[in-house]
Design a protein around this ligand. Structure first.
Ligand SMILES: [Cu+2]
Length: 178
């Protein structure tokens, strides 16, 4: 009996380490490993480096979605994020949060968002953000959504945003929120 038990233990170990076992449902540990991988992804366009791209999952009838990233300007000239578009929404806007009387409200940055030379600008929940307006379909956690960003100097770039949980604050807390 002792031999049999040892054998089945070995078989189970072999199954657990084959790639086939990973092809099924992702375990939490696998999920966080892939999140870290996405967190490392950098996208360059001209002198700009885009990092930590994520969007928040939405409810079925939610009309808008927020998307976030960090933009570093490695160049010697200021650049401006002037606009964006995405296949999943009628249009995209660049927003800021600002006080209107006693309440914090978001509003569109009509002249775009300046990315000063040599500086890094963070778009994050509660601050600057991208907004997908009039969604065609809900954003589903675990999937990816593409958006094309337009910069005054660097031009346009199409980049993938990982869709995280509704309460996600950053890639660091990927999917753990809400
Ligand atoms: Cu907004």
């Amino acid at each position: 009996m002792k031999h049999l038990r040892t054998l089945s233990f070995v078989v189970a170990a072999v199954i657990a380490t084959t790639p086939l076992a990973l092809a099924g449902d992702m375990k939490d540990s696998d999920k966080s490993a892939s999140m870290e991988k996405m967190d490392m992804a950098e996208h360059r366009v001209g002198d700009l480096v885009l990092k930590g791209l994520f969007a928040r999952a939405t409810l079925p009838n939610q009309p808008v979605a927020g998307a976030f990233l960090t933009i570093a300007n490695m160049g010697r000239e200021d650049d401006v994020l002037v606009g964006l578009s995405t296949p999943v929404a009628a249009k995209g806007e660049v927003h800021e949060m600002a006080m209107e009387g006693d309440t914090m409200k978001m509003r569109q940055l009509a002249d775009g968002l300046v990315i000063p030379a040599g500086e890094t600008v963070e778009l994050k929940p509660g601050g600057y953000h991208l907004m997908f307006m009039k969604l065609n379909e809900p954003l589903v956690e675990g999937e990816t959504v593409e958006a094309t960003l337009e910069f005054q100097n660097a031009g346009t770039v199409t980049v993938p945003f990982s869709i995280l949980g509704k309460g996600a604050k950053s890639m660091d807390h990927g999917g753990q929120g809400s």
